[in-house]
Write a protein that binds this ligand. Sequence first.
Ligand code: PLI
Length: 458
Amino acid sequence: MPHYPPEPFRIKMVESVRLISRPEREAALRTAGYNLFALNAEDVFIDLLTDSGTGAMSQEQWAGIMRGDESYAGARSYQRLARVVQEIFGFELFVPTHQGRAAENILANLLIQPGNQVPSNMHFDTTEGNIRARGGLPVNLVIDEAYDPQNRHPFKGNMDIAKLTAFIEATGVENIPFGSITVTNNAGGGQPVSMENLRAVADTYHRYNIPFFIDCCRFAENAYFIKTREPGYAEKSTREIAREMFDLADGTWMSAKKDAIVNIGGLLAVRDPRLFQQVCNQLILREGFVSYGGLAGRDLEALAIGLEEGLEEDYLAYRLGQTAYLANRLLEAGIAVIEPSGGHAVYVDAGRLLPHIAPADFPGQALSAALYLEGGIRSVEIGSVMFAHPDPETGKMVHPRLELVRLAIPRRTYTQSHMDFVADTFIKIKESKDGLRGFRFTYAPELLRHFTARFEPV
Ligand code: PLI
């Protein structure tokens, strides 16, 4: 008996992966300064660093790549994408971008003044970075349940409406250029946001005339969670649900490298024609003409096809089933993960597994390093390495509430036996976990430091 719906595809092309020897892994990790981003991908056996741009494209997408129209302006592939964006998102005004953070950069550049604050359930790191880079302050207002890994609230990505209202009143509308929400909530466990909450968030922003943007890179997974978990949505298609989500918003940006199952791409859509004009001007300055935005015509074609494939329900059932399978195997082995399992990744509670390593010594980094050494598995720390920052007033380090390791599952890429190998590796690590040590920085940049920091063992 399979443990989750069988893959609704078969494999037509393969890419070899190899588990290099333990001494080779030790040397690779040392050379990388104990930062898994600095490893050569060939030295990784199962790569769960990210689900971003790492999925397998379908035969339709590859065929689309061959049909891509590379005209500089008004390409056929752009028009196809525009039709799909209009149908799925309901936005007439949009531009392609080369990825999600390019859209964030344009938006932050146009809308954020120093001292402004931008609320969300939880901002992801690039969004935080782009807001801070313009002198703004990202503010996370997710419900408290999100910080309790064992709380099985079905929509732990929800925003706390009371906190949001209090935040707006305290900050002043004039200091809030826009409000956002991330679906699913990547920084908080890939947890979905309910339609009821999206509606309440939109109502709250709109009551104060604050434009509402959705950071929507995993919107299809969010829509499927709504279908399966929220009363009243079982009979609606994920496509209808997605449209209902976007109808609430004044704009959205997407890293298409997630739910559109492409290796590169993004988009930014707005309703306000005046803002759209400014977006186009910025895009031309930084990314490319409005009908390609830093992408090739073939990328636009694959993106248009991937947006539709990413909403297919048999695919989503398998996709979320695979994540839940890995989460359940870890839970059965007594390894705490964020529950219920999220969409694109399993988030292991490293703080709980390694209580002898203080947040300042980066327990998530210690667990990530151990996973690589034990099984050649690459994960990413989502804890103090990524999010700890000095308090602007006191200068004291503020640590995030959870020290997590994310196992992000690329789309349509790994099989159930890969998931079993990952779970078995965790079980081995658990047996000798008390011997694991923390890490300290030998180099750390000011913003987005997890990408390029270097470490040494404490
Ligand atoms: O990696 P980009 O620039 O295409 O997208 C940035 C980005 C924006 N929002 C959210 C919620 C993300 O998850 C995100 C990128 N995520 C990455 C790379 C990840 O590994 O989760």
